[in-house]
Write a protein that binds this ligand. Structure first.
Ligand code: F6P
Length: 198
């Protein structure tokens, strides 16, 4: 139960150069479409948060989220390493096809159990869920709106926590690009709205 009603707004970063190339991991900048999303997001937040108490913007430490937050002005921005994307270890910079071709056993194991599969020298979804604990505690403590600009795997886990979705579903929850998921926390529970900006 949340006594102070306030929204949590979740969004992935704008499309990155690696998204365009189908490469996982990395730390590339935004594509043209990604830059456009960043501008649209700033306009949306300007309107959405006009009548709300002082909101804050939380990003990861990767430049695609920081650049997405760029056009939003006048609100404090906080970078969290815990909001960085799932670390894919030795597969960093590869496409899914390259992983399948060059490391078929790894690809298979992930297909079999995406939740528990840990990339060699990287992370599993369970690892990500664990490292998000301090972020969730801090989100729960907030009395003002928070905009979280992060990544696919991380947002699946955060969303599942607030929407009360079972653990086993987390790796396959749909969190599309260029879409805002608004979670409204109030005395009557949690409500959800989605805004597709592009
Ligand atoms: O493709 C974008 C991305 O954020 C990758 O960096 C990351 O490895 C992946 O999504 C996570 O999604 P999945 O767990 O479905 O591979």
């Amino acid at each position: 139960m949340h006594l102070t009603p306030r929204p949590i707004l979740l969004t992935r970063h704008g499309e990155s150069i690696d998204n365009v190339r189908g490469r996982i991991g990395g730390d590339t900048v935004l594509s043209e479409a990604g830059e456009l999303y960043a501008k649209k997001l700033a306009k949306f937040m300007d309107k959405r948060l006009k009548n709300e108490r002082a909101a804050s913007i939380w990003t990861s430490t990767l430049q695609r989220t920081i650049l997405t937050a760029g056009p939003i002005v006048g609100l404090p921005k906080i970078q969290w390493r815990a909001l960085d994307e799932i670390y894919v270890g030795v597969c960093d910079g590869m496409t899914y096809e390259e992983v399948k071709k060059n490391m078929p056993e790894e690809y298979e194991s992930r297909e079999k159990d995406k939740l528990r599969y840990r990339y060699p020298r990287g992370e599993s979804y369970l690892d990500v869920i664990q490292r998000l604990e301090p972020v969730i505690i801090e989100l729960e403590r907030q009395r003002a709106p928070v905009v979280v600009i992060s990544h696919q795997a991380v947002l699946r886990a955060l969303y599942a926590y607030f929407a009360d979705r079972p653990l086993k579903e987390i790796p396959n929850i749909e969190v599309p690009l260029h879409t805002i998921i608004e979670i409204q926390m109030g005395v009557t529970g949690v409500q959800e709205k989605r805004y597709k900006l592009m």
